[in-house]
Design a protein around this ligand. Structure first.
Ligand code: NG6
Ligand code: CA
Length: 497
């Protein structure tokens, strides 16, 4: 094994001949889970659910203890990952399945950067950044989409696995389209004659706890109405394997050239429908079963890298788009079967929340032969991956908000960011600065699911997370000057550009 650091020559994709003979630019794979908690991974929290394959990335790489998603929900997080911009700049919020693309076609993006450096680029899995302009015709080519954002190859779901259209879209085309059974989608009203979960509970194999009572696919009620495309509709039990198959096919196809893959797992987002091989395999019910399934997918993926001899030349990053949630709208017994498991680890609350459980997520990076295994306390965010990979490839930081934290990511420095804004529903922001977290007074608006704590309060909240990791003691009244300073810092960033 070599532990020397790969260095780019003058420009990206321009290795010296000697270096080229030795090795080429590293492949980059970002594996992003959906709603997975810090405490759901055994590398971070022993005694909970066992995730041996995700733990492999941790054991062979760096385990970041202060790694963040940009937001406490999906769309805004993913927007920041791909653009290096804070989500509130675009007003990015959870999108419906028929929403237009929210990343401007002219905006520099992470996949465009990789492409400009000679990488083959691909995205497989959950997209949730909108597709098309205006009203999409799902029976034609859907443009703009992942290609316009910089991905040569895409195999995606338009939004979430609980939203219509319940079909896969490959390179802009619905997979399995049948012209005799055209697809129609609406988030306003149902199509005449289409059964809904609300009116036909007898057709359901999984029942909603809130919302999720509209179109039915595979016996599961969804958000939004849909008609047609019966042959094209996905089977939830197969989704993990379908994405795995596409992700590994992309790697096999591009094994001889540098590649960048964004592998966006759908687990453990609702509806939680494991493949029968995983059903009942965890003590935690369906939520645990799909985490086991996700872990298996990661293991299979790593095995393919190994079998192709690519492990040493591939940077693998594993993280989640936001923190965990238990009841997110289906009666799947996530709460009843929880036992003593703590999905967010020691952090307070989870998905949707302004508390740390909303955004403080698993963040692992493995670069075998180049990065020494270990643990890092550096403050890093998914928001910074674009700027940091640019630095790795010898390019300027073209992002508005991302910081180059490459040295921290590669374990060469214990320091990452000094401060970071975090996004909560309603584009409310939180400031983390060193060990301090300041939650500005917030209006009680923006989505969240009780009994999760939203973290929104009328009064300012301040926590020192080194002393109080669970954010139990609001010390704002004891630190008025710090509150004032952090309040000003938030305002300056928000109003500054
Ligand atoms: C909410 C959904 C929730 C989930 C979330 C987005 C209801 C009642 N709840 O509106 O189930 O889909 O949106 O999750 O509809 S995310 O991980 O994609 O941000
Ligand atoms: Ca999510």
């Amino acid at each position: 094994m070599r532990w020397n650091l790969w260095l780019p020559a003058a420009g990206c994709a321009l290795l010296t001949q000697a270096a080229q003979a030795q090795e080429r630019q590293p492949n980059v794979v970002i594996i992003m889970a959906d709603d997975l908690g810090f405490g759901d991974i055994s590398a971070y929290a022993k005694g909970g659910i066992e995730t041996p394959n995700i733990d492999r990335i941790a054991d062979e790489g760096i385990r970041f203890m202060n790694g963040y998603a940009a937001s406490a929900t999906s769309t805004p997080s993913r927007y920041s990952l791909l653009t290096g911009r804070y989500p509130w700049r675009e007003g990015a919020q959870v999108l419906s399945g028929d929403a237009p693309l929210i990343i401007g076609e002219d905006l520099p993006t992470l996949p465009k950067l990789m492409k400009s450096c000679g990488y083959a680029t691909g995205v497989v899995g959950k997209w949730h950044l909108g597709l098309g302009r205006g009203k999409v015709d799902w029976n034609k080519e859907i443009v703009p989409g992942a290609r316009e954002v910089g991905f040569d190859y895409s195999f995606i779901t338009a939004a979430t696995n609980d939203r219509v259209p319940t079909v896969y879209v490959e390179n802009g085309w619905v997979v399995g389209l049948d012209p005799a059974d055209p697809i129609e989608v609406s988030y306003r009203e149902n199509f005449p004659g289409e059964p809904t979960g609300k009116e036909h509970p007898e057709l359901l194999k999984i029942h909603p706890s809130h919302g999720h009572d509209q179109a039915i696919t595979n016996g599961i009620p969804r958000i939004g109405y849909m008609k047609g495309g019966q042959a094209a509709r996905w089977v939830d039990e197969e989704m993990g394997e379908v994405f795995l198959e596409k992700a590994t096919a992309f790697v096999r196809e591009h094994r001889e050239e540098p590649f960048f893959l964004y592998y966006a797992l759908h687990q453990p987002h609702v509806p939680r429908v494991p493949n029968p091989r995983f059903a009942g395999k965890s003590p935690l019910g369906a939520r645990g079963d799909v985490i086991l399934e996700a872990d298996w997918c990661v293991g299979q993926f790593l095995d393919v890298l190994d079998s192709l001899g690519l492990a040493e030349n591939t940077i693998v990053i594993f993280t989640s788009d936001n923190g965990p949630v238990l009841d997110d709208g289906y009666q799947d017994q996530a709460i009843e079967k929880l036992g003593g498991h703590k999905p967010a680890g020691a952090f307070r609350s989870g998905k949707y929340s302004s508390y740390d459980g909303g955004t403080h997520v698993a963040f692992l990076l493995r670069w075998t032969g180049h990065v020494l295994p270990g643990k890092s306390e550096a403050l890093v965010s998914q928001l910074d991956l674009y700027a940091s990979l640019a630095a790795l490839l010898g390019k300027e930081n073209a992002t508005l908000d991302g910081e180059n934290v490459l040295d921290a990511l590669l374990g060469k420095s214990p320091r990452g960011r000094r401060s970071l804004l975090l996004d909560a529903p309603g584009n409310n922001v939180i400031l983390r600065e060193g060990d301090w977290i300041y939650i500005p007074p917030m209006a009680q608006e923006g989505y969240w699911v009780p009994p999760m704590e939203s973290g929104r309060m009328k009064e300012p909240q301040l926590f020192n997370v080194r002393q109080d990791v669970g954010q139990r003691h609001n010390v704002a009244p004891q630190h008025p000057r710090r509150v004032q300073r952090m309040e000003k810092a938030v305002r300056e960033i928000r109003e500054g550009q």
